[in-house]
Design a protein around this ligand. Structure first.
Ligand SMILES: Cc1ncc(COP(=O)(O)O)c(C=O)c1O
Length: 434
């Protein structure tokens, strides 16, 4: 296990030089919570261009599920690259696309047959789901949730509502999109967050501005990731499924961040035992290469020939990386590991919470964990600047974390992380939180 070695305070000289060059030629729109300039990575560790070594509690934003540079994934990528790098599935056929589609259709919950469309990213998967939901239902309206994050393309950002900066200057966005409050048990006014949310949809939206019989789909993250790592109460997704059934609305779950085993099951919705109409996947799916997918019930896959396609979507190398990633997740028991390490992390942080006023709540499933920071545990005042400081200081101490929402820290290491590595990271985090 490498020691976390910060021998040149980051950003070191090489990182600084690159960041300076970047200012001339790179669009400044990305978030960049701290100046990490990565050179290489292996397993759960990352080295920057100045030779500093960090433990990765981000997995490159929940992408590197099996750890950086896993031999089997790299082997599959290299073998496929030698055989065939590209031959667009928009006009032709090749086996790896079909193999991955078969695998995803098998893995999706529910006995109905499924069909799969492959694309390049999470946002593209959301775009595909919007187009399919409208096409299949011939209804115009869409409902999503406040604080959600579904991506940055115009359709996806019309659903996204986790920060105004993601929308400012881009209007008009897609018409016909409405939002409801996502059930947040920690900040619920009544103690029944699910009832508050359903009441808003049924008794406010559906009775005033959003006719349910003209609503194509409800888009929901099983756990809100970017919006603050919010875990809805048990039973929420089941209630949403029932509401959709009552009105003939499609239920689209965005598993871009929560899928691929991160929560301890392949799809997070499996914890709730519901069967969505469309599942969106990306991030970890491509094993580090760009790849996204929608998995839809076959009976709603209404697209006719020529109606939707992509030059690069389901690129053969990315598909082989995806197939290898799925195999490694299963073969190496990474979903079980996510459950075990995740419970251990949550237990340790909850124990710390008793003597650390800054921790308002620790929540999550598997290795999708959020720590909400507050100035006072009674008033729950959001500790926004404190959160930013913890994330920045962790970086300076060799631990990579990401912020989420206004005042939460996200812990989402590779699913392959060992107990020793978890302890190494928690030692840094606990000290900073105290
Ligand atoms: C839940 C969710 N959906 C969609 C997206 C968009 O994915 P991408 O950045 O690949 O477009 C993200 C990205 O963070 C996400 O977390």
């Amino acid at each position: 296990m490498p020691t976390l070695r910060i021998h040149k305070t980051p950003p070191g000289p090489r990182a600084r030089a690159l960041l300076q060059r970047m200012q001339q030629c790179v669009a400044p729109s990305a978030t960049h919570p701290y100046p990490l300039v990565v050179d290489h990575a292996s397993g759960c560790y990352v080295w920057d261009v100045d030779g500093n070594c960090y433990l990765d509690f981000t997995a490159g934003i929940a992408v590197s599920a099996v750890g950086h540079g896993h031999k089997q994934v790299l082997g599959s990528i290299k073998a496929q690259a030698d055989r065939l790098l590209h031959f667009s599935f928009a006009d032709f056929f090749y086996p790896s696309y079909v193999h991955l589609a078969e695998r995803l259709a098998q893995l999706a919950p529910g006995r109905d047959p499924k069909q799969v469309f492959l694309c390049n990213s999470g946002a593209e998967a959301i775009e595909a789901a919007i187009k399919l939901a409208r096409h299949a239902t011939r209804r115009p309206y869409l409902l999503a949730f406040y604080n959600s994050f579904h991506g940055r393309t115009v359709g996806a950002v019309s659903l996204t509502s986790s920060a105004a900066v993601q929308r400012r200057g881009f209007a008009p966005l897609l018409p016909g999109v409405f939002h409801a409050p996502y059930p947040d048990p920690y900040r619920s006014q009544t103690g029944n967050a699910t009832a508050e949310c359903l009441d808003y949809i049924e008794n406010l939206l559906f009775r005033t501005v959003l006719p349910p019989d003209e609503t194509a789909a409800i888009f929901v993250e099983p756990i809100q990731g970017e919006g603050g790592l919010i875990v809805p109460p048990k039973g929420f997704l089941k209630s949403l499924r029932r509401l959709c059934n009552r009105h003939g609305i499609l239920l689209v779950v965005d598993e871009v961040q929560s899928g691929m085993g991160r929560t301890g099951k392949f799809f997070a919705v499996e914890h709730d035992g519901i069967v969505p109409d469309i599942i969106c996947v990306a991030k970890a799916l491509g094993g580090g290469l760009p790849l996204g997918a929608i998995i839809a019930r076959k009976r709603i896959m209404s697209w006719e020939r020529g109606s939707h396609a992509s030059t690069f979507g389901g690129n053969p190398v990315a598909c082989e990386a995806g197939l290898a990633t799925i195999e490694v997740i299963e073969k190496e028991g990474l979903m079980r590991n996510a459950t075990e390490q995740g419970s251990y992390i949550q237990d340790r942080l909850r124990r710390l919470q008793r003597r650390c006023q800054l921790i308002g709540e620790v929540r999550g499933r598997g290795l999708m964990i959020g720590v909400e920071l507050v100035r006072n545990q009674q008033t729950k005042e959001r500790a926004e600047s404190e959160r930013d400081r913890v994330v920045r200081e962790a970086f300076r101490h060799g631990l990579l974390l990401l912020p989420c929402g206004r005042n939460a820290i996200r812990v989402s290491p590779p699913l392959s992380i060992s107990r020793e590595e978890v302890n190494q990271g928690l030692a840094v985090l606990e000290e900073l939180l105290q």
